[in-house]
Design a protein around this ligand. Structure first.
Ligand code: GF9
Ligand code: FES
Length: 370
């Protein structure tokens, strides 16, 4: 990748194709009509879920779940804001990157969602239309999981085989950044702002509750690093905060009858007041933007029940969204990646000990020779 970059220097800034910063995420339905196709893609994702007769079962499950999911989105303003936030974050980060890394400028941000538009294939079409030769796949999940970033990357490699078979674009990868210092600083700022909104006399006793999306235990037991990585982010943030609050990591949004990683956020919120915790601040630690799991589950389902569960004060921090400290984090991560010597993290090369998915192997090979 670095050879490619240096060669790029020969072009003039004006005529040179952009270096692509491809922000990858799960995505969300922007409108009510987008809910069904979104769910259908989710349940059809065999890197995420393996169900018998998947193409038929996924249709059945998606259709069955659409009305209730549409209802949830109706309550948060009709659709997911993730497309809007991703575009804002990308534009702002790319513009800072032009200053940080003039040799690879101009930088242009693109969005690739796993289950919503713009899909991976849409993104590749845009890259080709812009004549992009060098692209950075930048996962927007700070902590790596094979069910999130892994699925997005497997899809990227599959789609590139179809839509860029000649390999005209040189790819490198930012696959995890949960231990980044600027990320911890950005979260610490949100937490300080959140703590300000508690009565001064209880502020020091506020317990910081890092709430992350849960994982099926089958994924945890396969060897997924996400639970550890989430705990590491929480640790970094607490060090950055340096104020001596108690913290816990809790797991939200489990669905269905199978076993999921706990303790669950809801069970924790019901239980903590009974062991004397009266003031707590929820921090969504695994998503960088507002999304259904914070806006609906935390804000509209759990927080309104706080008094009934025994809290004096239960609040949540803002999401990172377009916070200047977060934009600085994104731009700095991309700049260090461009100036560095690694095409992926070292961790990326080591698959889950119990992985049986050949797509995961294909994806590692793709990035190893990029
Ligand atoms: C996840 C973040 C972290 C059943 C279909 C609903 C399965 C799943 C996840 C993990 C999302 C965001 C993790 C399944 C099967 N998973 N969700 N894994 N999701 N739902 O394997 Cl930041
Ligand atoms: Fe983790 Fe394949 S499931 S590497």
């Amino acid at each position: 990748m670095h050879m490619m970059l240096r060669r790029g220097l020969s072009g003039t800034a004006a005529g040179r194709p952009p270096t692509a910063l491809v922000l990858m995420n799960l995505g969300g339905p922007a409108t009510q009509e987008d809910v069904h196709p979104f769910l259908l893609r989710l349940f059809s994702d065999s890197d995420l879920i393996q169900i018998p007769f998947q193409s038929m079962s996924s249709r059945f499950i998606a259709r069955r779940r659409t009305p209730s999911v549409q209802g949830h989105y109706a309550k948060i303003g009709g659709g997911s804001p993730i497309g809007m936030w991703t575009e804002k974050q990308g534009r702002a980060a790319a513009s800072q990157l032009d200053t940080l890394c003039p040799s690879s400028s101009p930088h242009k941000a693109y969005t690739a969602f796993r289950y919503a538009t713009p899909l991976t294939a849409d993104m590749i079409a845009q890259l080709k239309a812009d004549g992009v030769r060098r692209a950075i796949a930048f996962t927007q999940y700070p902590q790596y999981s094979c069910s999130t970033t892994g699925s997005s990357l497997n899809e990227l490699v599959r789609q590139l085989r179809v839509h860029d078979p000649e390999g005209s674009i040189s790819w490198s990868l930012i696959d995890r950044w949960g231990q980044d210092r600027l990320l911890a600083k950005a979260f610490a700022q949100l937490i300080r702002d959140g703590l300000e909104r508690f009565p001064a006399d209880v502020r020091d006793s506020v317990v910081v509750l890092f709430s992350a999306h849960s994982l099926p235990m089958s994924v945890v037991n396969r060897g997924d690093t996400y639970p550890t990585e989430v705990a590491q982010t929480a640790q970094r943030v607490m060090e950055e905060l340096g104020a001596g609050h108690v913290h816990r990591v809790i797991w939200q949004s489990a669905v269905g009858p199978r076993a999921w990683l706990g303790p669950a956020t809801e069970a924790s919120l019901k239980g903590l007041p009974r062991v004397g915790v009266r003031n707590a601040l929820l921090v969504p630690i695994a998503f960088t933007s507002d999304h259904i799991e914070t806006l609906f589950e935390l804000d509209l389902d759990y927080i309104p029940k706080a008094k009934e569960w025994g809290f004096d004060n239960l609040r949540r921090t803002e999401s990172l969204n377009d916070h200047p400290a977060f934009i600085e984090c994104l731009a700095s991560l991309a700049a260090r990646h461009i100036e560095g010597t690694h095409d992926t993290s070292k961790d990326f090369a080591v698959r889950c000990a119990n992985c049986t998915n050949s797509a995961c192997d294909d994806t590692r090979h793709f990035f190893a020779k990029a």
